[in-house]
Ligand binder design. Structure first.
Ligand code: CMC
Length: 440
């Protein structure tokens, strides 16, 4: 189903002349619904014999998408046209999941069917339990979920045909439903507690908290404010356009690989500290800084390029004004601490002081570096009792729906072809093989 609000792309032809040569080509200039126009350069090599060079893809649109829009200068994030602020306040994660996957908000019946579709798939095949025994107890939970999610393709053969729409839908349900169970079990395994089976009478976020925190010996008492905060964190992380992990999922998927393998690839890409691993890295950084008096020396350290240190939770490839998710996250952080009766949280005070100092420092001002979503999320999660090693896992739980939506959109796009970038070759020119005795 496509949204009533999206208009698709319009094209006009523009002649491009290469500076300093007589060569010119007529290239389509494509306008999307929002955002800057893009040159369609697919014919450039054929017509002019040149490629474009864009390491890190900062100036390249890799696909046409109708899912998420970011305006980095204005701090705007839209899911299917809806502002993130409205969704975070008024919607919930499963409704947002439906929206991302299907293009529009559901009516009551559509939502009930979707809810049923997800909850029916929350359990894992019993043999998957045995996988956990193969891991060391001190394995990072990201290592475990990378492996176990990839292994789902060995268990669910009836949803591997990417050309069958119903199989794609079942794979989507399975991934959205099972990743929280896989993640919670990774944590339970690390602390030696029994695995808790999912409870389908609970909401999505509440069930995840239940599987993380409950034990069979005791009655579990949830806290609606904390479940709501967790749900909001999931909404804020659900999708983010063509970021590194999503592009990884699309690239893997472009080869025809099955959805479970593609999502495992996305989890691997998310793990890095420049991406989803930043929330864990922020807490490590705050622990390292320890006291407000140490902030200036730390800031000097990150400004010194030879230190190879970054201010974690700061900066973004696209946001050059503010990250709208960070604003909501900061507000949620205060709500959670209030609910938990935490009046004085030294780590939050330290983070706020660090933010204040960085935002008034020329280095950060000139480079337009602002707090991103990960700056405050770690503090909330820590206050909720979530261990640091699970922070990036939680990001993966939320982002699974974005990855699946983007993967599905790509498979359904008739223009889709295998992802295969080119390069500027700067190695040795062609030369003849010399036998070992005649070298040197
Ligand atoms: N601390 C210090 N300097 C920074 C930082 C930072 N956090 N971020 C960027 N810079 C500098 C960078 O060194 C460069 O300086 P110069 O122009 O002197 O060479 C300039 O700012 C431009 O940065 P860039 O490296 O070109 O930016 P990028 O778009 O390639 O990288 C980023 C974006 C998010 C990877 C980077 O800002 C970073 O590593 N931030 C810290 C990690 C982090 O918080 N990541 C979470 C991102 S949001 C959630 C997610 O994507 O998962």
């Amino acid at each position: 189903m496509s949204s009533t609000a999206d208009k698709g792309a319009t094209k006009r032809s523009v002649t491009v002349t290469l500076d300093g040569s007589n060569r010119s080509a007529s290239l389509p200039l494509v306008s999307g619904t929002l955002g800057p126009d893009v040159f369609d350069i697919r014919k450039l090599h054929g017509e002019l014999g040149v490629f474009t060079f864009d390491p890190g893809y900062g100036a390249t649109a890799s696909c046409e998408s109708r899912i998420t829009y970011i305006d980095g200068d204005e701090g705007v994030l839209l899911y299917r046209g809806y502002p993130i602020e409205q969704l975070a306040e008024k919607s919930d994660f499963l409704e947002v999941a439906y929206l991302l996957l299907n293009g529009d908000l559901p009516d009551a019946k559509q939502f009930e069917d979707f809810h049923q579709g997800v909850t029916r798939h929350t359990m894992l095949h019993e043999q998957i339990r045995r996988f956990y025994d193969g891991f060391r107890r001190d394995a990072h939970p990201m290592a475990i979920i990378c492996g176990v999610v990839g292994a789902l393709s060995a268990f669910y053969h009836d949803s591997l045909d990417i050309n069958d729409a119903r199989q794609r839908e079942i794979a989507a349900f399975r991934l959205i439903a099972k990743v929280p169970t896989i993640a919670a079990w990774a944590y339970k395994y690390s602390i030696g507690q029994p695995f808790m089976y999912p409870r389908n009478d609970l909401g999505y976020a509440e069930n995840f908290l239940y599987m993380l925190n409950a034990v069979p010996a005791e009655q579990w008492q949830g806290n609606p404010i904390l479940s709501r905060a967790m749900d909001r964190i999931l909404v804020l992380h659900a999708d983010h356009e063509q970021n590194a992990s999503t592009s990884t999922v699309r690239l893997a998927g472009s080869t025809g690989a099955n959805p479970y393998a593609c999502i495992a690839a996305g989890i691997a890409a998310l793990w890095g500290p420049a991406h989803g691993g930043a929330n864990e890295a922020v807490l490590k950084m705050l622990a390292e800084i320890e006291r407000p008096e140490n902030i200036p020396a730390f800031i000097d350290g990150v400004k010194d390029k030879s230190s190879h240190h970054k201010l974690m939770g700061f900066g973004h490839r696209v946001y050059k004004n503010f990250d709208p998710r960070a604003k909501i996250m900061q507000q949620t952080c205060h709500e959670v601490l209030r609910e938990l009766g935490i009046k004085d949280e030294p780590m939050l005070d330290l983070a706020m002081e660090l933010e204040r100092i960085a935002l008034s420092d020329d280095y950060f001002i000139q480079r337009k570096l602002y707090p991103n979503v990960d700056f405050y999320s770690g503090i909330i999660l820590k206050a909720m009792g979530i261990p640091t090693s699970m922070f990036t896992v939680l990001f993966a739980v939320a982002r699974t729906v974005g990855w699946v939506s983007q993967w599905k959109e790509m498979i359904e796009d008739p223009a889709q072809r295998i992802g295969r970038p080119r390069q500027i070759y700067t190695g040795a020119p062609q030369r003849d093989y010399v036998p070992i005795g005649r070298r040197g």
